[in-house]
Write a protein that binds this ligand. Structure first.
Ligand SMILES: Cc1ncc(COP(=O)(O)O)c(C=O)c1O
Length: 393
């Protein structure tokens, strides 16, 4: 049986795997088993922000030693170091950190903490959002067609993220039954939707007024994706809860983190909530996350400068491209989204064509294309990838 047959027989997937097998990665390129090179404009979907094969992170993996595993209830110096490091760089006063295995768990913790800290049952989020694969995450996403029995008190607000949406959030929070408002500050899962400053400020103010926690899910946007270390910084708003995962280890090991204010952690603790997670912050993940933080502290300025420069190249080239259908191009740092008409299947067709031609992009929906290249991508690789995209139009 070859890999395709085995995969189809034994792996439970939403749809069959794409027929491509990557065997090597290097900076902004992936190579398949035949040696064919692909320009990687996805970075594993906001995971490999430092490019594939970062030498300093690899060294942390090579040097990993000591006890195989530490039970979550014991002391471990690196846990405290990492939590302190995250608290130092996070926006606002997020000084307490829960240890998770990935983004879904980080969000689930945020939702449970919000319920515990406020004693309320409800959530408000964006229509069509994605916050992970737990029942909590699915509930805030509100996909009741697929999952009919979700948490009952979740409401969604439709984009555009401007005045009318802010009006609706204000109305929904008035009843004071809402534990948390949750969104990605720049919505990667909706094709890089960029909220207006007014929307964010009004929502933050409404949360404060009604005692609702303001949760920023930065699982995708965290660690430089949008041109700031955290996308929340664009809006100068301090979240009560921040969810991190994906690029926190630059792709070398699984990890999630939920940062909260001391007041939120204390309130949750009073109700007995602490979160036991067997593999949350496994030692290996922690060592690479610390290497990632160290890399960011040394190279933050140059990394973010490259994001700005290459983001400008994407914007300039894409705005001149002749797409077959009307396209809305949205670029924030190196988060790039292209939305075609609602009925269009162009994005998925284009994604497929690009892959065959040696460029990896993501088609979120049939009509939504996203690109999340490594933040270290070089000008030449940007040009090479965009040339392929243009040829495939
Ligand atoms: C915004 C957001 N939140 C949460 C998640 C879930 O993260 P994970 O797949 O690590 O569980 C994702 C995954 O894509 C995400 O994009």
């Amino acid at each position: 049986m070859d890999v395709v047959q085995r995969d189809r027989r034994y792996l439970a997937r939403e749809q069959a795997a794409e027929i491509v097998q990557f065997v090597r990665s290097e900076s902004s390129f992936l190579f398949d088993q035949r040696g064919k090179k692909y320009v990687d404009f996805t970075a594993g979907w906001c995971v490999g922000n430092l490019g594939w094969g970062n030498e300093e992170i690899r060294a942390a993996v090579r040097e990993f030693d000591g006890p195989t595993y530490i039970h979550p209830d014991y002391l471990y110096r690196e846990w405290a170091e990492l939590a302190e490091g995250l608290a130092e760089i996070a926006p606002g006063k997020l000084t307490k950190c829960y240890r998770a295995t990935g983004g879904s768990e980080a969000v689930e913790i945020a939702l449970q903490v919000a319920m515990a800290a406020t004693g309320r049952p409800g959530f408000v989020s964006l229509a069509g959002c994605y916050h992970g694969n737990t029942i909590g995450g699915r509930s805030v996403a509100g996909d009741r067609e697929t999952y009919p029995n979700l948490l009952p008190h979740c409401r969604q607000v439709k984009p555009p993220l401007e005045d009318r949406a802010a009006d609706r959030v204000e109305r929904l929070l008035k009843g004071e039954k809402v534990a948390a408002f949750i969104m990605e500050p720049v919505v990667c899962n909706l094709g890089v939707l960029i909220p207006s400053n007014e929307f964010m400020t009004r929502v933050r103010d409404a949360c404060r007024k009604h005692g609702t926690l303001f949760v920023m899910d930065e699982v995708a946007t965290g660690f430089g994706r949008t041109g700031k270390l955290f996308a929340s910084e664009h809006f100068k708003l301090n979240p009560d809860v921040l969810c991190l995962a994906k690029a926190i280890t630059a792709g070398y090991a699984p990890m999630g983190a939920t940062l909260v204010t001391k007041a939120v952690a204390d309130a949750a603790r009073e109700r007995g909530i602490g979160f036991y997670s067997t593999y949350g912050w496994h030692r290996l993940s922690v060592s690479v996350a610390l290497a990632n933080l160290k890399y960011w502290s040394k190279h933050r300025v140059s990394l973010l400068a490259n994001v700005a420069t290459q983001g400008d190249s994407f914007r300039a080239r894409l705005s001149k491209m002749k797409f077959r259908e009307e396209a809305s191009v949205r670029v924030m740092g190196l988060a790039v989204g292209i939305e075609f008409g609602e009925e269009s299947h162009y994005a998925s067709q284009l994604g497929e064509r690009c892959r065959k031609a040696g460029l990896l992009v993501s088609a979120e929906e049939e009509n939504l294309l996203t690109m999340f290249p490594a933040l270290t991508i070089e000008r030449e690789a940007v040009r090479e990838g965009l040339d392929i995209l243009e040829e495939c139009l």
